[in-house]
Design a protein around this ligand. Structure first.
Ligand code: ASP
Length: 439
C-alpha cells in the first residue's frame, strides 16, 4: 500500500493540530508522501499565514517597512516549532525571505513560503526527506501547469525516496522563479504526487468529514456523501463546492486513483470517496445538490430558427467576441436561451444585444436577470424512473416557479433555473423529497 496524504491549513495551524496529523501519519505505514498547506486559522477571526504573506509582500513591493509583519509570520512558525519541541530556528530562512522580499521576488514567491516553511517543520517532525516543490512542479512561461513534464520529474525524484514531504501550492517556471496555483492549490499538489507515485489512494485531510449532499448554510446538518464519481463532483464543484480545489481531480483521474476526503479532527469518520466509477448506489437516488445565484438569461427568438444553419454558432460568437463565457443553452424550435453570469454580462449587455442583431437578425431579444441555477446531480438518476417528476412536484408544492430546465444527455444532472429569491426554498424542497423523506 502506498498513500499520499495532503493536510489543509486548519489541520496544521498549531502545534496541537500538527500532533494530530503526526499521529494520523504514523498510525499507517502506507502514508509515505505528505503534502502540507501553510498554517491556516487557529480560530475563526485568525488570519491564514498565506494572507499574512500576501499583505507583508504588498508592503515590500511598495517599498514600505515590512519587518513587523514578517516578524508576526515568523512568530506563527516559532509557536508551532516550540510546541513540537523541535530544534529549528528559521533564522537563515527568514533572512533569505527578507532579502528576497526587498529584491521584489514576486507575490507568488511570497505566498509559497507559507507551505515551504510548513513543509520544513513537517519533515523535521516526521523525520521524512524534504523535497522543494519548485524542483519537481513546472509551469510554462504563460503560467500554464505542465502536467506531463511534472509527472515525469516527480516520479523520477520520488522513485527511490521511501518517505517524503513535498510542500503544496507551488512550483516553478523554467527560469526557476516560483509560481503558485490558485488559492487552495495544495490539493492539486497532492493529486500530482499521488499520480506520480501511482498511489493506492490520495487522502485529502481537512476539517470536515467529506462532502455534504447540500450546502449547510441552507440545509440544517445535511447528510454526508459517501461516494461520488469524479464526473459528479465536477458537476457539483463548478457550482461552488469548496472542500476540494476543482482542478485537483485531473492528475489522479489519469491513473484512476481514488481520493478520500478525511477529517483531521475526526479521523475515524469514513469521509467521502471520490472515484472514477462505482457500482455503489447513493442511498438517496441523487448524490448532491448545488447551486449559485446571479445569472442572466438572454432569450433569442426567430421564426424558422431551426432551419437556419449556423444560427447557434453565430449567437455564441457574439458572446465569445465580448469575452463572456456561457453556462447553459437550452433551446426550443424558434428560440434559444443563453445563461451567463450576471456580473460578467451587465457591463457588456447592450454590446451583446447589438451584436446579436447584427449577426442573427432575431425577431425578439428578451433578457431576464437575477436567476439562480441549481444542479441536481446523481449517477443513480439514469436507472431510476420518475426522478425529474419528483423534483418538479416538490418544487411546485413549495410554490417555486421553475424558469428553466436542462438535462444533460449523460443523465447525470438536471439543471433548474429559478429566481434568486426562490433559490433556498428550491434547494430545501429538493433535499426534503430525496433525503428527508428517505430517512
Ligand atoms: N495556502 C494556500 C491558500 O491559502 C494554498 C492551500 O492552502 O491550498 O490558498
Amino acid at each position: 500500500m502506498n498513500k499520499v496524504v495532503k493536510f489543509g491549513g486548519s489541520s496544521l495551524a498549531s502545534a496541537e493540530q500538527f500532533k494530530k496529523v503526526g499521529n494520523i501519519i504514523t498510525s499507517d505505514d502506507a502514508r509515505r508522501y505528505v503534502v502540507p498547506s501553510a498554517p491556516g486559522k487557529r480560530f475563526s477571526e485568525d488570519t491564514k499565514v498565506t494572507d499574512m504573506l500576501y499583505a507583508c509582500y504588498d508592503l515590500a513591493e511598495r517599498g514600505k517597512d515590512f519587518r513587523r509583519e514578517l516578524k508576526a509570520i515568523k512568530g506563527r512558525y516559532m509557536e508551532i516549532i516550540k510546541g513540537l519541541k523541535l530544534k529549528l530556528t528559521f533564522e537563515d530562512e527568514f533572512k533569505t525571505i527578507a532579502e528576497n522580499f526587498k529584491a521584489k521576488a514576486g507575490k507568488d514567491y511570497a505566498a509559497s513560503r507559507g507551505e515551504f516553511l510548513n513543509g520544513k517543520i513537517m519533515a523535521a517532525y516526521l523525520g521524512y526527506e524534504f523535497i522543494d516543490a519548485a524542483e519537481v512542479i513546472f509551469f510554462d512561461k504563460d503560467g500554464t501547469f505542465l502536467m506531463e513534464k511534472t509527472n515525469k520529474a516527480m516520479a523520477k525524484r520520488l522513485e527511490k525516496v521511501e518517505k517524503a514531504v513535498i510542500p503544496g501550492f507551488y512550483g516553478s517556471y523554467s527560469d526557476g522563479r516560483v509560481k503558485t496555483f490558485s488559492r487552495g492549490g495544495s490539493d492539486i499538489t497532492g493529486s500530482i504526487v499521488a499520480r506520480a507515485v501511482k498511489a493506492d489512494v490520495y487522502e485529502n485531510w481537512t476539517d470536515v468529514s467529506g462532502f455534504l449532499v447540500a450546502d449547510p448554510r441552507i440545509i440544517d446538518s445535511p447528510v454526508g456523501i459517501e461516494t461520488i464519481t469524479y464526473k459528479e463532483l465536477r458537476e457539483l464543484s463548478y457550482m461552488g463546492a469548496t472542500v476540494l480545489h476543482e482542478d485537483a481531480i485531473f492528475p489522479v483521474r489519469k491513473e484512476g486513483i481514488p481520493i478520500n476526503i478525511k477529517n483531521t479532527n475526526a479521523p475515524d469518520d469514513e469521509g467521502t470517496w471520490i472515484v472514477e466509477s462505482t457500482a455503489k448506489k447513493s442511498k438517496y437516488t441523487i448524490t448532491g445538490i448545488a447551486g449559485k445565484k446571479g445569472f442572466c438569461a438572454i432569450n433569442v427568438d426567430k421564426d424558422m430558427m431551426n432551419s437556419e444553419i449556423g444560427f447557434g454558432r453565430k449567437v455564441l460568437q457574439v458572446f465569445e467576441d465580448n469575452d463572456i463565457s456561457f453556462e447553459h443553452m437550452p433551446s426550443g424550435i424558434d428560440t434559444l436561451t443563453v445563461f451567463v453570469h450576471q456580473d460578467e454580462f451587465m457591463a457588456k449587455e447592450q454590446k451583446v444585444v447589438a451584436g446579436l442583431h447584427r449577426l442573427v437578425n432575431p425577431d425578439v431579444i428578451d433578457i431576464s436577470s437575477d436567476l439562480a441555477l441549481i444542479a441536481v446531480v446523481g449517477r443513480g438518476m439514469k436507472a431510476t424512473r420518475g426522478t425529474a417528476g419528483r423534483i418538479f412536484a416538490a418544487l411546485a408544492h413549495a410554490n417555486v416557479n421553475v424558469r428553466m430546465i436542462d438535462q444533460g444527455s449523460s443523465e447525470l444532472n438536471i439543471i433548474i433555473g429559478v429566481s434568486n429569491d426562490e433559490f433556498e426554498a428550491a434547494i430545501k424542497a429538493i433535499y426534503d423529497i430525496f433525503v428527508v423523506a428517505q430517512i
